[in-house]
Design a binder for this molecule. Structure first.
Ligand code: SAH
Length: 338
């Protein structure tokens, strides 16, 4: 097990030679432990209503500039059908914290999708109760993504005026207890974040025993209080992916959208630094622009007629294999290579 100092040293060593050494080590660990397959997920952003006021997020309730939308159950089912038809094996259903997404509706939706299509369902809807997460699992949900955002308690409090790190971490425990494959993760380059705190984020992910970790750079949104802050450092984000892979070799690690927005070709680079998952936006065009957690969210794949084909092409051009399975966590399913 890597110590805090070892993790910290890898994160701070920013010269080209150290970065390349780190990249190679992470790439080797990735190849040995989870192979060359990259799992493609279809991302569906079902509502941009949000009751929270997170300082960094363009969907915060205080942002009066963004028109709000909510997809109907029928619209959601249509997209799930389209994904399943095209051979996509996971639908990631994400949303702002929308009070309209009560547990009865969420469970009904998951049951309909799971009984109609051969597809895994990942939910990413924010904070619920222990009982609610258990109900989502009973309804058939496979995975749940709830980034812890930062493990630094003071920074968390400064960025989240109406929630607490303690509750976020409790939710993650409940998600795991419910038997859902559990994803946490953090933004890199939040104003006020230190390298020490990123090292602690990685150690938290490790000690909690996550199955997935979403790690991406912070991107300032002009319609938030952090609009004038600097964006996260791309290379630090890459080093963090690599250290996460080395610390937790069997993890599902997405090449996040924000990585591709911050730098053209960023997601391909993330695949070289240990990532093994790609999320492709499947939100209908009319809503997509409104799910603006930060600006230019679609810049990595702007005019592609078929973003799923672009993702497959990118995977192949990186010398990797397009997974045809569900891409479940090898930790939970006991299929890991040692
Ligand atoms: N309501 C859900 C989904 C939130 S949006 C939840 O609470 O989990 C998904 C993720 O986008 C967040 O967890 C956050 O890490 C990321 N995000 C939000 N604003 C961002 C920004 N300005 N830059 C980069 N990532 C951001």
């Amino acid at each position: 097990m890597l110590s805090f100092d070892q993790v910290r040293d890898m994160l701070v060593s920013s010269d080209a030679e150290s970065c390349e050494r780190l990249r190679r080590a992470a790439d080797d660990a990735r190849k040995t432990c989870v192979g060359d397959e990259v799992h493609i997920r279809g991302l569906l952003e079902i509502s941009n209503h949000c009751r929270r006021d997170c300082m960094y997020c363009g969907l915060r309730r205080g942002n009066k500039k963004v028109p709000r939308y909510r997809m109907s159950d029928e619209e959601i089912i249509d997209v799930a059908a389209r994904l399943a038809d095209s051979g996509i094996k996971t639908a990631v259903i994400q949303s702002g914290e929308d009070p309209a997404l009560n547990i009865v509706r969420v469970c009904r939706l998951v049951e309909r999708i799971k009984s109609s299509f051969d597809i895994a369902v990942t939910l990413s809807l924010g904070e619920y109760s222990r009982e609610d997460y258990a109900s989502m699992r009973s309804a058939g949900a496979d995975r749940y993504l709830l980034r812890h955002e930062t493990s630094d308690e003071n920074l968390y409090a400064a960025l989240h005026p109406d929630s607490s790190l303690a509750n976020r971490l409790k939710c993650l425990e409940w998600i795991k207890d419910a038997g859902l494959q559990t994803g946490a993760g953090m933004m890199i380059g939040l104003p006020g974040q230190t390298i020490d705190s990123i090292a602690n984020d990685i150690l938290y992910l490790k000690s909690f025993g996550v199955h997935m970790a979403g790690i991406g750079p912070f991107i300032p949104d002009p319609d938030t209080p952090l609009g004038n802050a600097a964006a996260g450092d791309f290379d630090l984000a890459m080093r963090t992916l690599a250290v996460a892979r080395l610390t937790m070799p069997h993890l599902l690690i997405p090449a996040t959208t924000a990585t591709g927005v911050l730098r053209h070709g960023g997601r391909a680079r993330a695949l070289q630094f240990g990532a093994n998952v790609i999320m492709v936006n499947a939100t209908p065009d009319s809503f997509r622009e409104l799910y603006k957690i930060y600006p230019n969210k679609d810049r990595d794949e702007p005019y592609s007629e078929d973003p799923f084909k672009s993702a497959r092409d990118m995977i192949l051009s990186e010398g990797r294999i397009v997974s045809e399975g569900y891409g479940h966590s090898p930790i939970i399913f006991g299929t890991r290579n040692e």
